[in-house]
Design a protein around this ligand. Structure first.
Ligand SMILES: NC(=O)c1ccc[n+]([C@@H]2O[C@H](COP(=O)([O-])OP(=O)(O)OC[C@H]3O[C@@H](n4cnc5c(N)ncnc54)[C@H](O)[C@@H]3O)[C@@H](O)[C@H]2O)c1
Length: 443
């Protein structure tokens, strides 16, 4: 077929030289004999909690988990989430009370990003096994606090980087790791957030740097984690630019949120949340408590994050990446290309676009060998959230499935390195200079 012999998955695992490793969290707690079911609690009961770490766990992992408590600063939302998840455990608005009364031994942190560190540290100090959604933290101080809490308690957290578990992303990892393009010298990486998904970040708390760390941290930490993992390297130095060009103060008019907005007929970003029954329950049903509008106006003047961003990142293996993310694109997806000593690996991922793309072409991966030919690399078409990553990640956590070393659960180091790339980018814009990762925290 070609002059390329991509290493098969079985050959690759064998070549990696280590037996497949069991990675389930169910066997991970500090050596003690495990109870038959983990006592599971969630803090932060919004959409991700109920849709990823709530209902699917009740449906598929009830034999190994017992929901013992749900906690959110908005007690109404916690109660609504309990109904949506389909459990009867108590709800709490105070984390210490959750721990004392419900006595969980496994905690999932799915709050607004700025508060992850608080619950990770408290959970570790109470001896719990802790999992957190990305981003692990939003600034370097929070990062140091999490790393110190792990050391102090001699425990490791899991950071749930679901993107790694999408078959397309695993394929990229395995092509690079198999040496198909040789040493990676540079990377071109462009991520496109469209006027639906991209705009959605500007409706909510993500619009504020002190809640999300900006999209450099909230969103790009996914991409930076993929890159650190794909390259098997750490970021060393980051230079960045960013601006707010479409949303926030750039809008022609504004209101608090879409439902009562007098401009809805003229606004191209108008979002009719009343068509989504779950969101009406979970958000509109609890907004009188905290004023959290899920359909907030994308033109609010308090928006202080960027919608147009680019960075150059230097890595510990001497690779250099040109990265950009734009949050106002007509289509959703990404392009990434790895320029190697022996060839180039190119990926074009189509997530949503105003033209037809066949299922089999949603992710196109090509290897072009220098002095050779271009070959398309087959990718398994995956069903389910985040390119099939959500299901695979849950199975890895809650079932004793085997995985090769490169598919083990991501830890705090991965959490830190991905966030620190974004934190350094943000700082580079503020301080108009390149930022070295080593100057941010002691790992
Ligand atoms: N891995 C992924 O692909 C993915 C996808 C979506 C969201 N996420 C992550 O999941 C987390 C939650 O996102 P979401 O979309 O569900 O947001 P959301 O706004 O729907 O839910 C966040 C919840 O946290 C609660 N909260 C806020 N401050 C709190 C505090 N101090 N203590 C306790 N609860 C608090 C809010 O009341 C809200 O119910 C975020 O960190 C986000 O980055 C990850």
């Amino acid at each position: 077929m070609s002059d390329i012999k991509l290493v098969s998955r079985r050959e690759f695992v064998k070549a990696a030289g280590s037996a497949a490793a069991a990675t389930s969290l169910l066997g991970a707690a500090s050596g003690a004999a495990q109870p038959s079911k983990r006592r599971y609690a969630i803090v932060g009961t919004g959409d991700r909690a109920q849709g990823m770490w709530g209902r699917p766990l009740v449906q598929r992992y009830s034999d190994v988990l017992e929901f013992v408590g749900l906690c959110d600063i908005n007690p109404k939302r916690a109660a609504i989430a309990r109904d949506l998840i389909g459990v009867t455990c108590p709800t709490f608005s105070n984390f210490d009370e959750l721990c004392e009364k419900a006595r969980p031994d496994l905690l999932m942190v799915t709050t607004v990003d700025a508060f992850h560190h608080e619950y990770i540290v408290k959970g570790l100090d109470r001896g719990l096994d802790v999992m957190t959604e990305k981003p692990m933290v939003i600034d370097e101080k929070q990062c140091q606090a999490v790393l110190d809490a792990e050391k102090r308690n001699n425990r490791k957290i899991v950071v749930t980087f679901n993107y790694r578990y999408a078959p397309k992303h695993r394929t990229v990892k395995e092509v690079i790791q198999a040496g198909e393009i040789g040493r990676v010298l540079s990377v071109d990486f462009s991520w496109y957030l469209d006027v639906y998904h991209g705009a959605d970040y500007f409706r909510r708390w993500h619009r504020l740097q002190n809640r999300s760390g900006s999209l450099w941290v909230h969103k790009a930490s996914h991409h930076f984690d993929l890159m650190n993992w794909w390259l098997a390297a750490d970021p060393v130095e980051v230079s960045a630019n960013g601006s707010l060009r479409v949303y926030g103060k750039n809008g022609p008019f504004r209101h608090t949120n879409c439902r009562p907005c007098p401009h809805k007929k003229d606004c191209r970003f108008y979002y009719d949340m009343t068509t989504n029954a779950t969101r009406m329950k979970l958000y509109a049903g609890a907004e009188d408590v905290d004023g959290y509008y899920r359909d907030g106006c994308v033109f609010r003047e308090d928006i202080d994050i960027f919608d147009t961003m680019s960075a150059t990142v230097k890595y510990s293996n001497d690779a250099i990446m040109s990265y950009s993310v734009n949050a106002h694109m007509p289509f959703e997806g990404y392009r990434v290309a790895f320029n190697g000593e022996l060839g180039r690996l190119e990926v074009r991922d189509h997530e949503r676009q105003p033209w037809d793309v066949a299922d089999a072409d949603e992710t196109e991966i090509y290897v072009t060998k220098s002095f050779g030919k271009r070959v398309r690399v087959p990718v398994q078409v995956a069903e389910g959230g985040h390119g099939g990553g959500d299901d695979r990640l849950r199975d890895l956590i809650f079932r004793k499935v085997d995985a090769p070393p490169h598919m083990r659960l991501p830890d705090s180091r991965a959490g830190a390195m991905s966030c620190l790339t974004g934190i350094a980018a943000r700082k580079s814009i503020d301080e108009k200079r390149p930022i070295r990762i080593a100057d941010l925290v002691k790992i």
